[in-house]
Design a protein around this ligand. Structure first.
Ligand code: F2R
Ligand code: MG
Ligand code: MG
Length: 311
C-alpha cells in the first residue's frame, strides 16, 4: 500500500527543484554553525542580495539534466553521470564542496573508473556522507514507482558514495521526494503511512530506528535544537537525511517553514534545508514558495526549465 496516488504537475516538479535550491542557498551562510539565531535567519531572508546555490544544487542540476537527456532510453548512464559530476566540480570548484567527494572527482577526471575511485578513501569502504542524498531529488521526477525511484537513487549514489549508508540515505531521500510529489495535496499528509512506505524501500536496521524516532518526534514537535540532538545535523547521510525528513513532516504544507526549521537545526544547514525544501516544494508546488525568495534565486530560470522538461 503506497500513499503515492496523484500525478506529477508542472508546478510541483518546479517546486521540488526550486525548494531544493532555496533551502541550499538560504542555508549556505550558516553551514557549520552549531546553532542558528532566528534573527540572523530573518536577516538573511530579507537581504536584498542574490541567493547563490552551493554544491548541493550544482550537482542536482547535473543529475536533472542527465535524467532529461536520457529519459526516453536508459534513464541513467552511470559512467557518463560520474564524468558529468566530476566536470561540474572542475568547472566550479568554489561552490562550497567539502574535502571528500572532490578527491573522488579528481580521480575520475584523471581517468580512474568510478568503481575504483569511490573506494580509494575511507579504508576502502567509501563515503557515507550526504553528498548523494543532497542532489538526488530530481530522481523522483523520473521514477515510475516508489521502488523504481529508490533503485535509480542507489545507482546514482554509487558513482560517488560506495558506503551502504550513503546509498540508503539517497534512496530514502528520493523515495520521500517521490511520495511528497505524488501525495494528495487536498488532504493532510498521512505521516504514519509515509514513514511506513519509506521503511519498505530502505531496508536497514539503523534507518528503521531513525524512521521510528521521526514518528515519535512528529508527535512531540521538538524545537530545532532538540531535533539536532535526537537525529543529528552532520554531513553523514544517517545524521542528516532523517533530520530533513522531520523538518518536512512537521511542515508539509508550508515549504518556507520546513526550510526555516531545517536551517535552525544547525550543522549541515545548506544540505538539510535543501533536502527538506525539495520535499516540501514537491508537496506544495512552486506557486506556494515565497516569491521574494524566488526573485533572488540566481538559478531559478534554469531550474524551472529543467523541471518542465522532466514533468
Ligand atoms: N562539506 C561541505 N561544506 C564544508 C566545507 C565548505 C567549503 N570549504 C566552504 O568554505 O565553502 N559541504 C558539502 O559537503 C557535504 C556533502 O559531503 P559529501 O559529498 O558526502 O562528502 P564526504 O566528504 O564524502 O562526506 C562528508 C563527511 O562525512 C564523513 N564521512 C563520510 N564517509 C565516511 C567514512 N566512511 N568514514 C568516516 N567518516 C566519513 C566525513 O566527516 C566527511 O567529511 C554537504 O554538506 C555539502 O554541502
Ligand atoms: Mg553545499
Ligand atoms: Mg552542506
Amino acid at each position: 500500500m503506497t500513499i503515492a496516488t496523484t500525478p506529477i504537475t508542472r508546478d510541483r516538479a518546479r517546486g521540488l527543484l526550486l525548494g531544493l535550491a532555496l533551502g541550499d542557498a538560504l542555508g549556505a551562510p550558516f553551514e557549520g554553525r552549531d546553532s542558528v539565531d532566528p534573527a540572523d535567519l530573518v536577516a538573511e531572508e530579507l537581504a536584498p542580495s542574490g541567493l547563490v546555490h552551493t554544491d548541493d544544487t550544482a550537482l542536482a542540476l547535473v543529475l536533472a539534466e542527465h535524467l532529461a537527456e536520457h529519459r526516453e532510453t536508459t534513464v541513467l548512464e552511470e559512467d557518463l553521470l560520474a564524468r558529468e559530476f566530476a566536470d561540474a566540480w572542475r568547472a566550479e570548484p568554489w561552490r562550497g564542496y567539502g574535502s571528500g567527494t572532490p578527491k573522488v572527482f579528481g580521480l575520475i577526471n584523471a581517468g580512474v573508473p568510478w568503481r575504483d575511485a569511490t573506494r580509494a578513501f575511507y579504508q576502502g569502504q567509501g563515503s557515507f556522507g550526504n553528498g548523494a542524498a543532497m542532489r538526488v531529488a530530481p530522481i523522483a521526477l523520473a521514477g515510475t514507482s516508489l521502488h523504481h525511484a529508490a533503485e535509480l537513487a542507489r545507482r546514482s549514489a554509487a558513482v560517488t558514495h560506495a558506503h551502504k549508508h550513503g546509498q540508503h540515505g539517497t534512496a530514502c531521500q528520493a523515495a520521500a521526494a517521490y511520495l511528497a510529489l505524488h501525495s494528495d495535496p487536498t488532504h493532510p499528509l498521512p505521516v504514519p503511512a509515509f514513514l511506513h512506505d519509506l521503511a519498505r524501500v530502505v531496508r536497514s536496521g539503523p534507518w528503521h530506528e531513525k524512521l521510528d524516532r521521526i514518528a515519535e518526534l512528529v508527535r512531540r514537535r521538538p524545537e530545532p535544537q532538540h531535533a539536532a540532538t535526537a537525529l543529528g545535523n552532520d554531513a553523514s547521510a544517517l545524521g542528516s537525511v532523517p533530520t530533513a525528513l522531520l523538518a518536512f513532516l512537521l511542515n508539509p504544507d508550508r515549504a518556507n517553514d520546513a526550510i526555516r526549521y531545517a536551517i535552525r537545526v544547525g550543522g549541515d544547514t545548506d544540505t538539510i534545508a535543501a533536502m527538506a525544501g525539495a520535499l516540501a516544494g514537491a508537496r506544495t508546488g512552486a506557486a506556494a514558495l515565497p516569491a521574494a525568495w524566488l526573485r533572488r534565486l540566481a538559478a531559478a530560470r534554469r531550474l524551472r526549465a529543467l523541471a518542465d522538461r522532466l514533468s
